[in-house]
Design a protein around this ligand. Structure first.
Ligand code: SAM
Length: 210
């Protein structure tokens, strides 16, 4: 690990991330492979960065917080909406048995898939599509993580969450800021917890861009 990675992990600890497995997964994920050439210098800064198609690679502190919010038994199956660069996916792949990830931009998904192959992450399954519809053929999921800002929780995702499962999703009226919500689905209904403010590009409920 070089100095920049050490500094990033220290920064995450200072941001309140405590789960050693989450910190270790981030430490082992080479973020420079997920950012464009012209942002290599900033790869280990604790900031979101632009990627292709007007999208972003999430800030490491937010990736860590969202991962910590769903971490549990290693045998669990996770659905991620918004593959983007594949960075968050790669962190999840080290902590869960299988990760299903959906992205609506074909070019982003192709690049992310090449990164999973290069890193030997064989427990990741990708799909080009509108993630607001979930992935019914693979449901139910133990965990669902949405990495784009929604105005409301898509009904299909709640339907595809197992009883006892957890959904984490940024919810807000604008793309300026959203509140990160952790939703537990129990037999007696949904239990919602606010995890704080985040800033994500919008969740777009439209057909994919091939
Ligand atoms: N977690 C990603 C990473 O680490 O690089 C960043 C995700 S980026 C903030 C949000 C992604 O969600 C974008 O790539 C965007 O194209 C995608 N997205 C938005 N709406 C979507 C939808 N309905 N279905 C699938 N992907 C969607």
């Amino acid at each position: 690990m070089d100095l920049r990675q050490v500094r990033l992990i220290m920064d995450l600890r200072q941001n309140g991330i405590q789960d050693v497995n989450v910190l270790s997964a981030i430490e082992k994920t080479p973020r420079h492979l997920f950012v464009p050439e012209n942002f290599q210098e900033e790869a280990y800064e604790n900031t979101a960065l632009p990627i292709e198609s007007g999208q972003t690679i999430s800030q490491p502190a937010v990736v860590a917080m969202m991962t910590e919010a769903i971490v549990g038994d290693k045998r669990l199956r996770v659905l991620e909406i918004g593959t983007g660069s594949g960075y968050q996916t790669s962190v999840l792949a080290q902590l869960f048995r299988r990760v299903y990830t959906i992205e609506r931009h074909g070019n982003l998904l192709k690049t992310a898939q090449a990164r999973f192959d290069k890193l030997g992450l064989h427990n990741v399954t990708t799909r080009l599509g509108d993630g607001t519809k979930g992935w019914p053929e693979q449901a139910p999921f133990d965990r669902i993580l949405v990495t784009a800002g929604a105005t409301e929780i898509p009904e299909a995702l709640l339907d595809q969450l197992r009883i006892g499962g957890i959904l984490v999703i940024p919810i807000g009226p604008s793309s300026d800021a959203q509140s990160l919500q952790r939703v537990r689905k129990e037999a007696d209904g949904l239990h919602v917890e606010d995890l704080g403010l985040v800033r994500f590009v919008p969740l777009v409920g439209e057909p994919p861009v091939r």
